[in-house]
Design a protein. Sequence first.
Lengths: 303, 317
Amino acid sequence: MSTGTLTRPPAAEQARPTRRRPTPQRVVLHVFLAAVAIGWLFPVLWAVLTSLRSYEYTASHGYVSFGGWTIDNYVTAWQTAEFGKHFLNSVYITVPAVLLTLFLASCVAFVIARFSWKINLVLLGLFTAANLLPQQALLIPLFRLFTQVPLPEFMSDSELLYDSYWGLILINVAFQCGFCVFVLSNYMKALPRDLYEAAMVDGASIWRQYWQVTMPLCRPALAALATLEVTWIYNEFFWATVLMRTGDKFPVTSSLNNLRGEFFTDNNLVSAGSVLVAIPTLVIFFLLQRHFVRGLTLGASKG
Amino acid sequence: MSDLPLIQADRAVEPPAATTNRGRGRRLRLLSGTDRVVITLMVLIPLLLVTALVWLPALATVVLSGTDWDGIGPLADIDFVGGRNYGDVLTNYPPFVPAVQHNLLWLAVLFLVATPFGMFLAVLLDKELRGSRFYQTALYLPVVLSLALIGFVWQLIYSRDQGLLNAVLGTDVDWYGDPGVNIWAVMLASGWRHVGYIMLLYLAGLKGVDPSLREAAAVDGASEAKSFFRVIFPVLRPINIIVLVVTVIESLRAFDLVWVVNKGRNGLELLSALVTQNVVGEASRIGFGSALATIMLVVSLVFITIYLVTVMRGEDR
């Protein structure tokens, strides 16, 4: 629904004005890029298109046809797959995980950037490398650990770290911290050092230097990282798949796999479900594109 | 999830001017007792979390790979069996060889097809073009989708009875199910995302290239292709290394896509999926799964080291 209206207009508006100064080279370039761009959008557009057609119509006329428009697939998918519940689960995991990641990472990054101790390089390496390890390589001990650590019942009805939101939040934080430490420490190193001199003269403690001097200046970096991390943790599939058991508690990305059976025979439903799951990331992508791209180009600009 | 840091890459193109280190160490003496406690906590809490949930499990994986633990019995019953698990993996586990082949194939396709194509698009988009923003947006849209979701999106194209591909080609192939073709089908979907990702990396890198380099090359009468390969590409060396490492690690960590298709069986074996099958699957063979995981760990650590050396060069000056 919204993805369709969001993705299509720019295609119509902007792909064309190439004819202004038609040197042959430019025309070829634009034709090529437009073809690639449309090819790239196609799978997503196809999913949107399929989701808006009734199964009966496409079953009898084939998918390469026109007609049978309906939004029933969305209604059915939403109800069958209990998307409301799974979206909420994703919120329970993503929001605390992103906030905690940014907070913990900014603490470490601050110390790394503020002081020039030998150990800082080791710290930076430990954090950054942790973000790059293959998750599956840690699975066996972690699985065992999570099934051994008890939680009080009010925290999780599984009474274990396994099959609890807490466990997923922690593992996501542990994994994503490294990336944020690296980015933030680079960003903080580029801040003028006089700030701290002034703060010291004023008698500001380390905590106040961190919270009231450095953090406000890091807002652009934090906004960019928050955008990226929300997308990544929302999209996270592996940990939830292996460290959760109760179907009702799965976040939406990993719940996809459980829906496969229910939707198997009806591709129109699959596409409606896929579009629903994609909507939050697509909204972030279109609304916060600046932050997203900024996050990706942060280091070069040095703030 | 499968994303890897992008930002380091462009930072590496243009390392920030080394900040003056003089006098920084001396300031420690000016720290009060409370400050020291605060600093310690600021580092220690995140460090404990990362150590407990990432580094210790990594270490434990290596240790367990030398044991015969079944995953259920008490840890005291563990016997060390030396390299037996590795021997079993190599000689007595049919999916291992296909998995290694598939991981290598994955790497080859991402590295030889998707990466150059992404770089090529970045070069084209780096010119001042009208509509460049639209092209970029279209190309990196798949980057914000999870690989699990991408598996479902492409199912609409690949499905045997309801897929677009068979309808258009008039064929009757189960693109996700037929072990002869499904790895290629999955890699196409994965490459679809990777191209946008690499395009972004290089686009950011190209923006950081000193314009006078290009001008100089143009003045010397170098063709565009020549100036790219002789002048720009060598300047991008740090980003090239990072793209290489990112591609290797992405290929090694590939998991979500094959798991949603068929849990990594029947033509879609990958190391990551085999490890997972051995832990959460019916047969929980811990020592055996750990040996597989250790192999992944060792390969990734080699490339992580290259990565760290590249991105941290200049940090210590």
